[in-house]
Design a protein around this ligand. Sequence first.
Ligand code: ADP
Length: 218
Amino acid sequence: MPDPLNPTPAPHVFHPLSDRMKYKTILLFGAPGAGKGTQGKILGTIPGHFHCACGDVFRNLRIDDPMGRLFVEYAGKGQLVPDEQTIGLWRKNIQGVSLNGAFNPERDWLVLDGIPRNPHQVEMLRDTLDVRAVFWLTCSDMNKMVERLQRRALRENRLDDANLDVIKQRLEVYKNETKSVLECYDPKLVHEIDSTQSPLAVLREILEIIARLKAAGS
Ligand code: ADP
């Protein structure tokens, strides 16, 4: 007889810390405006993949939620939200999508964009993520990135990208805090991709690598 106070979890519900299983993960990495979101959204439509953009998790909060207010405070200045709160919110979100069945950790690869965003976040997620590949979208043309961010600000009503000073601050944070995330992973996992190519060309490079990894049973 099932105990209603202590229900047996559904088989797809995943507890990475308790059963030591980790999420099979692809990281999309690069400066703001490099195109992580564009690629992530497409990859997330492929069966067997689940896309999670940390910025979207924040943006989906209600403004009267204390975390929502914290996000507006930090993102409005182009700064990162503190790590403890960010990782806590992210864990809650990923548990939610596992519970509602949108993400099935036993079947799906997690496509992460915007997290981990500094070496401390890498450490905090070490026991949760099994990183199979890091796609580093590079863009040598700063002007192109600024232009993309400003276009997106208008299209998606993103306040953090509308102001040139905030954009500059976000690019600084990427250089000073985020870029060193790359050094936290085995160089064999890191694939550098020129993001000044068309989205289609970038996608083709990413898909070729994922297909190879999956064929090799990674
Ligand atoms: P982009 O896609 O342009 O890089 P995001 O949507 O990922 O931007 O992030 C927008 C803002 O959300 C960041 O400037 C930061 O304030 C906050 N944020 C998103 N992800 C993280 C994270 N992992 N750690 C801390 N802050 C984050």
